[in-house]
Design a protein around this ligand. Structure first.
Ligand code: CP
Length: 335
């Protein structure tokens, strides 16, 4: 099923058909096998890419760097303080400069409109490494992880616990709808300070896609209903990258009932797994975790340490899969 995605940008999964997403997942599986076998796959030797990070990263940056090097690509990393973009040079001009030097551009930052403008002006593929709205490479890795666990994912149920809107939950809703996976967002109904519920237009679009693919999108604030029949329990940090620290207090109050605990896992399917995009506040071994513990007396946030470390947890396999899926996206669009 070799499809031609050459020259395409990867900005949101909404831009890709079910078949195209399946193709990238198949490629990811192949690249993971090649890596496991130690078989060289420097298929893009002679090409160069640039990674533009306006926000910090461990997984995404390393996945693009190692994935790129495995493919034979030259890789330049520009950290949040070392490019002119936005400060002394417009997005448009930056895109036109980088597009003349590089064969592909990765961008992590704030508004989706920035990655879209880069893609519009660069003349080379641009990959979304996380914006406020979407995190599409994360969603691809999540599905690869689910397939390694369950085989066919069609008809499974993924429940996301926490507030509705977020770049990870948005992308999961899109990919689940495209691939026939039942998606449930389980979180507080009322206003969540500093956050919104799903954009109604996105929700409607996903509901239509889900209907075409024989799956459902469920929104509930009831944990028993949300996790019932779930094959995957998924969560993310309560205050996202770049969001105000003042939000912690209200988020802890509103979202604590939606913490993933062993009791929550026990309400899901017996073979259900736990997933998280990482990083996670499951203990106080981080500066922020320790500060929150001191300030609010909370030592575990979106997931308990017990679940995070349990045999149900697939979080590190999921993190590794970022590399295989990102490699597939780069290869498919640069080949
Ligand atoms: N999940 C994820 O995007 O991790 P990083 O922020 O470390 O890239």
């Amino acid at each position: 099923m070799a499809l031609n995605l050459s020259g395409r940008s990867f900005l949101t999964l909404l831009d890709f058909t079910t078949e195209e997403i399946e193709y990238m997942l198949e490629l990811s599986k192949d690249f993971k096998n090649l890596k496991r076998m130690g078989a060289p796959h420097r298929y893009l030797e002679g090409k160069n890419i640039v990674l533009l990070f306006e926000k910090t990263s461990t997984r995404t940056r390393c996945a693009f760097e190692v994935g790129g090097m495995d493919l034979g690509l030259g890789v330049t990393y520009l950290d949040p303080g070392s490019s002119q973009m936005g400060k002394k040079e417009s997005i448009e001009d930056t895109a036109r400069v980088l597009g003349r030097m590089y064969d592909g551009i990765e961008y992590r930052g704030s508004d989706q409109s920035i990655v879209e403008e880069l893609a519009d002006k660069a003349g080379v593929p641009v990959w979304n490494g996380l914006t406020n709205e979407y995190h599409p490479t994360q969603a691809l890795a999540d599905i690869l992880t689910m397939r390694e666990e369950f085989g066919d994912t069609r008809g499974l149920k993924l429940t996301y616990l926490g507030k509705e809107q977020g770049n990870v939950s948005d992308s999961l809703m899109v990919i689940c709808a495209k691939l026939g996976i039942n998606f449930c967002s389980c979180g507080p109904k009322g206003d969540v300070e500093g956050a919104t519920h799903f954009d109604p237009e996105l929700l409607e679009t996903c509901q239509k896609i889900a209907e075409e693919n024989g799956c459902t999108i469920q929104l509930t604030d009831n944990i028993d209903e949300g996790v019932k029949d779930a094959d995957v329990i998924y969560t993310d940090v309560w205050v996202g990258m770049g969001q105000a620290e003042e939000l912690w207090k209200s988020r802890i109050k509103l979202l604590s009932p939606y913490r993933v605990t062993s009791e929550v896992m026990a309400k899901a399917n017996p073979n259900a797994i736990f997933m998280h995009c990482l990083p996670s506040f499951h203990d106080i071994k981080t500066t922020i975790g320790a500060e929150i513990a001191e300030k609010f007396g909370v030592t575990e946030m979106e997931v308990t340490d017990e679940v995070f470390e349990s045999d149900k947890s697939r979080v590190f396999q999921e993190a590794e899969n970022r590399m295989h899926t990102i490699k597939a996206v780069m290869y498919a669009t640069l080949r």
